[in-house]
Design a protein around this ligand. Structure first.
Ligand code: SF4
Ligand code: SF4
Length: 332
């Protein structure tokens, strides 16, 4: 396993980390097997979230007695001081630990970021928890470069997580900026939310990029073994040709979650409709995807086909047709 050392955080981290979304449906027994394999393979980074249902709890149970083998990272959608204070305690309880290495603001939009950073916002609770030794470092995750660049400008964040994969490399410059500032860079969605079938190639591609940690989701120990056996070596000509093919194949059909299509005339959160559809169709996470989709204020069925979003999408996605698919998938 290749490691990176981040001087500012004083952490030595395996470049392949464990993404904790799929474990939310796991038995504790399976999760313990996964943790055994992570330790055997020298994977020391675990990523979870308050929003991944039972993920924190299952991980907490599985790492009991082995907490010190891991750098634990999680995240919360809490935006206010009180809500974040509560969530930090819940995460500590779930992980059965008194210390979480990295705690992140989970995907705030610009307005939510402002609220988080205000006097009554979530950041104050994170800072307080850091001063009390309950968390080690404060990070942020996002799908928007605009939000992340704003967050980086504040100088308040020590880790940044953003989607990065063969078809989504628009974050290169932002990640380079993080690197120059000593901010830990974490790539989420290494297989583009399931759109890239060749997981091996997707991870090998990322290992060759200048990004600190890659966090593919892993549901069992076989997936851990598959992932950790992927070595950082130069891509063969045939692999480079496949990278090119994947980019071309997905170019007109894959939503990069850039948000340029917003605002929708009726308030539909277009990228998240596609994200939740991906979780439903590509992963064994149907119930969770239905729940997350249901929590959206507006649904694909409300589209009035005004076309405003399509005129703004830089990737020329046929959003109206794609939303019809989302409606078929979720029934609304
Ligand atoms: S639909 Fe297009 S503009 Fe909207 S988030 Fe996806 S890629 Fe970006
Ligand atoms: S076409 Fe549909 S999704 Fe796009 S902006 Fe109009 S109402 Fe919203």
């Amino acid at each position: 396993m290749e490691f990176i050392y981040n001087k500012k955080l004083n952490l030595k981290i395996s470049r392949i980390g464990f993404g904790g979304i799929p474990i939310q449906n796991s038995s504790v027994e399976n999760a313990k097997d996964v943790i055994d394999e992570l330790i055997r393979s020298n994977v020391n980074y675990i990523d979870s979230a308050r929003g991944y249902k039972e993920s924190e709890k299952i991980i907490g149970e599985a790492i009991k007695g082995r907490r010190s083998s891991f750098i634990l990272a999680t995240k919360s959608m809490a935006r206010t001081y009180e809500a974040m204070k509560k969530d930090i305690e819940v995460s500590l309880g779930n992980f059965q630990t008194d210390y979480i290495d990295i705690y992140q603001l989970h995907n705030p939009n610009m307005e939510a970021l402002e609220l988080c950073l205000s006097d009554e916002g979530a950041y104050r609770a994170l800072k307080e928890a850091k001063n009390e030794g309950k968390i080690g470092h404060i990070g942020i995750t996002n799908h928007s470069l605009e939000v992340l660049n704003k967050a980086i400008d504040t100088g308040l964040f020590e880790t940044v997580m953003y989607p990065f994969n063969i078809v989504e490399d628009q974050g290169k410059e932002m990640f380079d900026r993080c690197k120059s500032l000593g901010i830990l860079t974490i790539a989420m969605k290494p297989v583009a939310g399931g759109a890239i079938d060749n997981k091996r190639l997707a991870i090998k591609y990322l290992l060759n990029e200048d990004i600190d940690v890659i966090i593919p989701g892993m549901k069992d120990k076989n997936e851990v073994i598959e992932n950790v056996n992927i070595k950082k070596e130069a891509l063969y000509d045939s692999e480079l040709a496949e990278v090119k093919r994947i980019k071309e194949d997905l170019s007109g059909d894959f939503c990069r979650r850039c948000g340029y299509c917003a605002p929708c005339s009726v308030g539909i959160d277009i990228p998240n409709c596609f994200v939740f559809e991906g979780y439903f169709k590509k992963y064994d996470l149907k119930d969770w995807a239905i729940e997350r989709y249901a929590s959206l204020k507006h649904h694909a069925s409300e589209c009035i086909e005004c076309g405003m979003c399509e005129s703004r999408c830089p990737y020329n996605l046929k959003i109206i047709e794609k939303l019809k698919e989302v409606r078929k998938t979720f029934g609304k």
